[in-house]
Design a binder for this molecule. Structure first.
Ligand code: DOR
Ligand code: ZN
Length: 365
């Protein structure tokens, strides 16, 4: 069985990190996608337009010019509106990302400079972003309540729906993207308020494939630990239904987040993130196939959300074949560090069977 895509896939949410890690992981995305939204929670963060340009040039030096990084600034409590606008007008960065501030400091990877979500609507950059049409990408979780008390992790996204509703009311034309949706509550919000130009969302492969039982099956599974945390089956199914319904405001953002194994596989604590970049197109295809909705896959991968970002979709011919494969190696980084890609296991019998492979790609330049 084959399926053909008419548009080149676009990655709406990916983590490339810096240095040797970027070198190790960026080619996996560039092989499947013509461009991608590059998250700014690097160490150090992308705080100025000049940081974004330097990072963009570094990424292109690895991927080559056939991959176009979409650069994003890290919005902190002290980011000035003038700086946001200057970078946007000069084409140095194209969107801002906001991370939630947490009680103990750890909202998600490198989120220590995030913002208290309950105060986001008062950030002085928002009116200007609305005016100039610059997208705000939101990690939609409320980590601390109004009394400063830590919230329950499984409720954090649900609590952020009220924040999104309030933003929608106060800034009617602000371009908002709710990243990596996981909960039934956010899925319902998107069904009601989703709009291809002003209110979009992304969804990861792991949140379409797994629920929290998988995260805890046989003990805690560090390689499925990501932020937001996996929810109930009911939530996973709500996102599977919304994603494969053809809704034009839901797009592919893997949130592929590489961490070296020593940060994931350890006795105490575990870095949050799942590395899925190597199998982005096969995994989304598998979900759409399981849901008998392959007719909507092309738009999901290569069209939805692009006009929101101010981009034109790119025509291509990509032939996918239903032919199972497994990932048979770890990804070497440098100095002995390795990333464990989704689906790999030392025991070949334990490896995940990816159902679809990419047969050929030809893309208009
Ligand atoms: O699981 C995650 N990993 N969620 C995020 O929000 C950040 C990401 C990372 O950078 O590791
Ligand atoms: Zn992310």
């Amino acid at each position: 069985m084959q399926h053909t895509l008419k548009h080149a896939p676009y990655e709406r949410h990916v983590h490339f990190r810096r240095g040797n890690m970027t070198k190790a992981v960026a080619p996996y995305t560039a092989r499947q996608c013509w461009g991608g939204v590059i998250m700014p929670n690097t160490a150090p963060h992308i705080l100025t337009p000049e940081d974004a340009v330097e990072y963009r040039d570094f990424i292109i030096s690895i991927t080559g010019k056939n991959f176009t990084p979409f650069m994003v600034g890290y919005l902190t409590a002290v980011t000035s509106p003038e700086e946001v606008k200057r970078g946007y007008k000069a084409g140095l960065w194209s969107a801002m990302k906001v991370y939630p501030r947490a009680a103990g400091g750890h909202g998600t990877t490198n989120a220590e400079d995030g913002i208290n979500m309950l105060e986001l609507a008062n950030h002085p950059a928002l009116p200007i972003m609305q005016e100039i049409g610059m997208p705000l990408l939101i990690h939609p979780e409320v980590n601390v309540d109004k009394n400063g008390v830590e919230t329950d992790e499984f409720d954090r996204e649900k609590l952020c729906v009220a924040v999104l509703r309030n933003l929608r009311r106060r800034f009617k034309r602000l371009k908002i993207s709710a990243e990596h949706g996981t909960s039934v509550e956010l899925a319902k919000f998107m069904e009601r308020y989703g709009d291809p130009e002003t209110m979009v969302c992304t969804v990861t492969t792991q949140h379409l494939m797994h629920d929290r039982n998988d995260l805890l099956r046989g003990g805690f599974q560090p390689h499925l630990r990501c932020y937001p945390i996996m929810k109930r089956r009911e939530s996973r199914d709500a996102w599977r239904a919304l994603t494969t319904s053809g809704a034009p405001f839901v797009g592919a953002g893997t949130d592929s987040a590489p961490h070296p194994t020593h940060a994931k596989e350890r006795a105490r604590g575990c870095a949050g993130g799942v590395f899925t970049a190597h199998a982005m197109v096969p995994l989304y295809t598998q979900v759409f196939d399981e849901m008998n909705s392959l007719e909507y896959l092309d738009n999901f991968l290569g069209v939805n959300g692009l006009s929101f970002l101010g981009l034109e979709p790119k025509l291509a011919e990509i032939v996918l074949t239903k032919q199972p494969w497994t990932m048979d190696k770890m990804i070497p980084v440098a100095h002995g560090d390795k990333v464990r890609p989704y689906g790999f296991h030392e025991d070949p019998d334990e490896r995940f069977q990816f159902q679809w492979s990419i047969d050929s790609i030809s893309c208009d330049q």
